[in-house]
Design a protein around this ligand. Structure first.
Ligand SMILES: Nc1nc2c(c(=O)[nH]1)N[C@H]1C(S)=C(S)[C@@H](COP(=O)(O)O)O[C@H]1N2
Ligand SMILES: [Mo]
Length: 300
């Protein structure tokens, strides 16, 4: 399934914040709905209005900086993001440490406006800048035996003050099946609103998997390992009954402690009301095929 996005930008084409704001409604009609809408010939104005910079950068989950929603914005300034490199190892042809600058020079950054649904049943719409994870994996050369991709966040308790506490088993780790990782919707994000990724949002590079609950979108990645075994994931290790490996957004599979049928939109203001949660967070047409024949209640 080849996706071609209307909003392909070169990495030199950094959109000024103001200019972006002016055309974001147009972009939402294209990028947010993806190819399905375009193919249907109906590029109708979408309801996918991005959240504000303020909302996206002050209401965060990043337990390395504390468990409060405003802790990351307060504490993440301590994080040193330069120099930065990502170790890519395991079943790859070209293992090694890939410097952030080297990665960015090789990638084409584009803008993707995606729904973002936290397992806690709140949601935002975020205008990410990034490149397809597939392009980075191709750079390293995935070997035949690889079936999964494991990700790891930085472990640096001097700067990540939340790591001084045993909230989670640090470092934060996540994983995807290889076909999920290679899917064109799966993004390595380096920014939002045309600006470099704010530290509280996972600078300098974080994963974005829009059809899965937010915790799969691991931040501040320092290691990517190609493997033939399903890798451990932080929230599954913390509570395997509540958080599975797949964690696809699914309004029909409730969290043991709350319903996943609806969600609260962040920043709704006086119009705030819960909206129905969509199967695969609205990306069913694009990704349902990845799970053909799988029992989505068993593989939650
Ligand atoms: N390393 C790391 N990555 C993480 C988290 C975290 O605590 N640590 N939180 C996850 C959760 S639960 C969510 S909802 C999203 C939040 O991303 P945002 O703050 O950019 O909205 O990041 C995910 N990635
Ligand atoms: Mo989350």
């Amino acid at each position: 399934m080849a996706h071609r996005w209307k909003n392909k930008l070169s990495r030199d084409d950094v959109t000024p914040y103001g200019a972006f704001m002016n055309r974001r409604q147009v972009m939402a009609g294209f990028a947010g709905l993806g190819l399905a809408t375009m193919a249907g010939g109906k590029a109708q104005a979408s309801a996918l209005e991005p959240n504000s910079w303020e909302e996206i950068t002050t209401y965060n989950n990043f337990y390395e900086f504390g468990t409060g929603k405003d802790d990351p914005a307060k504490n993440a300034h301590r994080l040193t993001t330069s120099p930065w490199s990502i170790t890519i190892d395991g079943l790859v042809d070209r293992p090694g440490d890939y410097a952030f600058d080297e990665i960015m020079a090789a990638m084409t950054v584009e803008e993707r406006i995606y729904r973002f649904r936290c397992v806690e049943a709140w949601s935002m719409v975020v205008p990410w800048n990034g490149f397809e994870l597939k392009d980075l994996l191709d750079l390293a050369g995935v070997q035949d035996g690889a079936k999964y991709v494991a990700f790891e966040t930085l472990y640096r308790p001097e700067e990540m003050v939340g790591q001084k506490f045993g909230t989670l088993d640090w470092p934060y780790v996540e994983g995807l099946r290889l076909d999920e990782a290679m899917h064109p919707l799966t993004l390595m994000a380096s920014g939002i609103y045309g600006k470099p990724m704010p530290k509280q949002n996972g600078a300098p590079l974080r994963l974005v998997v829009p059809w899965k609950y937010g915790f799969k979108s691991i931040k501040s990645i320092v290691k990517i390992t190609l493997t033939d075994k399903e890798p451990p994931t932080s929230w599954n290790k913390a509570n395997g009954r509540e958080y599975g490996f797949y964690s696809n957004v699914n309004p029909e599979v409730d969290h043991p402690r709350w319903s996943q049928a609806t969600e609260r939109q962040i920043g709704g203001g006086i119009f705030a009301k819960r909206i129905p949660t969509l199967m695969f967070n609205g990306y069913e047409e694009e990704v349902a095929g990845l799970y053909d024949g799988m029992d989505l209640k068993e593989f939650y």
